[in-house]
Design a protein around this ligand. Structure first.
Ligand code: ZN
Length: 299
């Protein structure tokens, strides 16, 4: 009895340590070498699928290809650092993977409820791609909603890049409706850079730029990544949720500023035309299904 308990403890320990060992590799020298070898990379992680009610987006069920919304998480690897963008809808510790898709019911502080399908936890996906959480220098969200901030606490050791207006709302006495303050509570004391300019050049060489696109939330932003082989990609945040909203010009009923969203869309569309960048609508389940997923990557 005693013996078997010891065995199971050892097995658990090994299971916990193994991904970290793989992710850290041979220590600092190898990490420095890997940095030099690394060109710009963009990883797409599967952080679940959300069941949506199209009416919340002023769309009819017959107007959309699917009512599912994909929830991707992204990692940008640059020779000067790594940026985690939108770390999911459900924290890793809130659910248990089974090997098969898991249905997860979520009750939000405003009384509304959501159903998600989850397949893999985020941190093990990062490890599988070769990265440990402590190796991620920067964290940023397109905006503060629960489905873009879930694993934020895991990255409290990273430098948080955030606009003042978003941070203020997140830590207000009464935070906005669709947020989960517990998901990001640890960021209150994180090293933080308050972004003041409309554009923030993350690594200083013009290849990774956070661009203001307010409306959905007061400090909503999109991320432009200029990849050497793939070309320019703009990660949409929630500028649009469905590709059909882009064509039909529908604004969701819960956008913070309904009049501002079309203006932000116009500015980002002009940027896309000017740069010939692709727009990846993060919640577009059909578009997302065609993307390469980590550990594969775009470069
Ligand atoms: Zn969202």
């Amino acid at each position: 009895m005693k013996h078997s308990r010891l065995r199971s403890t050892v097995v658990t320990l090994i299971a916990t340590i193994a991904p970290a060992v793989t992710a850290c590799g041979g220590g600092q020298t190898e990490s420095a070498e890997r940095r030099e070898a690394a060109a710009l990379r963009l990883y797409v992680f599967d952080c679940g699928t959300l069941k949506a009610d199209p009416a919340r987006f002023r769309l009819k069920p017959e107007e959309v290809a699917t009512t599912d919304l994909s929830v991707p998480c992204f990692l940008i690897v640059h020779p000067r650092g790594r940026l985690m963008w939108d770390p999911g809808a459900v924290p890793d510790e809130d659910w248990t993977p089974t090997g098969a898709p898991v249905t997860h019911h979520l009750a939000l502080p405003d009384g509304s409820e959501r159903d998600l399908t989850l397949r893999k936890r985020l941190v093990p996906q990062l490890a599988e791609a070769g990265y440990a959480v402590k190796e991620i220098e920067y964290l940023a969200f397109s905006h503060y909603h629960y489905d873009h901030t879930a694993n934020a606490n895991a990255f409290s050791g990273s430098t948080w890049l955030v606009r003042q207006v978003e941070r203020d709302a997140m830590f207000a006495e009464k935070p906005p409706g669709v947020v989960q303050p517990a998901y990001y509570a640890a960021l209150k004391t994180s090293k933080t850079v308050l972004i003041e300019d409309d554009e923030h050049d993350v690594f200083g060489d013009g290849s990774v730029i956070m661009k203001t696109a307010p409306g959905h939330t007061p400090g909503h932003q999109v991320l432009y990544v200029r990849l050497p082989r793939t070309g320019g990609v703009v990660l949409s945040g929630d500028l649009y949720h469905f590709p059909e909203a882009r064509v039909l010009k529908r604004v969701s009923i819960f956008d913070f500023n309904q009049a501002q969203t079309p203006m932000s869309r116009e500015a980002i569309e002009a940027f896309l035309s000017k740069t010939s960048a692709q727009l990846w609508i993060q919640h577009d389940a059909v578009g997302n299904s065609r993307l390469k997923k980590a550990p594969d990557f775009y470069e």
